[in-house]
Write a protein that binds this ligand. Structure first.
Ligand code: ZN
Ligand code: ZN
Length: 152
């Protein structure tokens, strides 16, 4: 017999409901590329849901029990679900999860933000602070035939 595929993991229900409001931006927050963009929540929805259920003593063992609290969960976690979201290109997203793990702990959200800030600064730094050697005329003056320096 086929397995019961109707049973879904609880967080899927939350994602379904909240998905419509996710604002995926048109470029990577770090490097600005518009290729392979993905969304990253600094607060793992899975962990948020687990924590919330534990605190309230709710068991999400049936689809019905998830559906019953779904809207409440979403409204209480609006910031984490809709605001603390970064649009990242796949390479930057992968990199973040290599550093912070597959489901980064909720306590690492601030660290993730700092890391993202740093990567962003590095990116813009490469563009903005090209080593400046000054104008070719500022340092070297061409001497005229009498050996006098022309100063510009
Ligand atoms: Zn990127
Ligand atoms: Zn992510």
């Amino acid at each position: 017999m086929a397995k019961n595929t109707q049973k879904r993991i609880p967080v899927k229900w939350i994602r379904d409901r909240a998905k419509g409001a996710y604002q995926k931006q048109s470029k990577c927050w770090v490097c600005g590329t518009n290729q392979d963009l993905e969304l990253h929540h600094t607060h793992s929805i899975t962990l948020l849901l687990e924590q919330w259920c534990q605190q309230l003593g709710i068991a999400l063992d049936t689809d019905e029990s998830v559906l019953a609290v779904r809207d409440q969960f979403i409204s209480e976690h609006h910031r984490e679900l809709y605001e603390l979201v970064y649009t990242l290109c796949n390479p930057h997203h992968v990199r973040l999860h290599q550093i912070f793990g597959k489901a980064p702990g909720l306590g690492t959200a601030t660290k993730q933000q700092s890391w993202l800030e740093l990567q962003r600064q590095k990116q813009s730094g490469e563009v903005l602070s090209k080593p400046s050697w000054g104008s070719p005329f500022s340092e070297f003056t061409s001497g005229d035939s009498r050996g006098n320096k022309r100063i510009f």
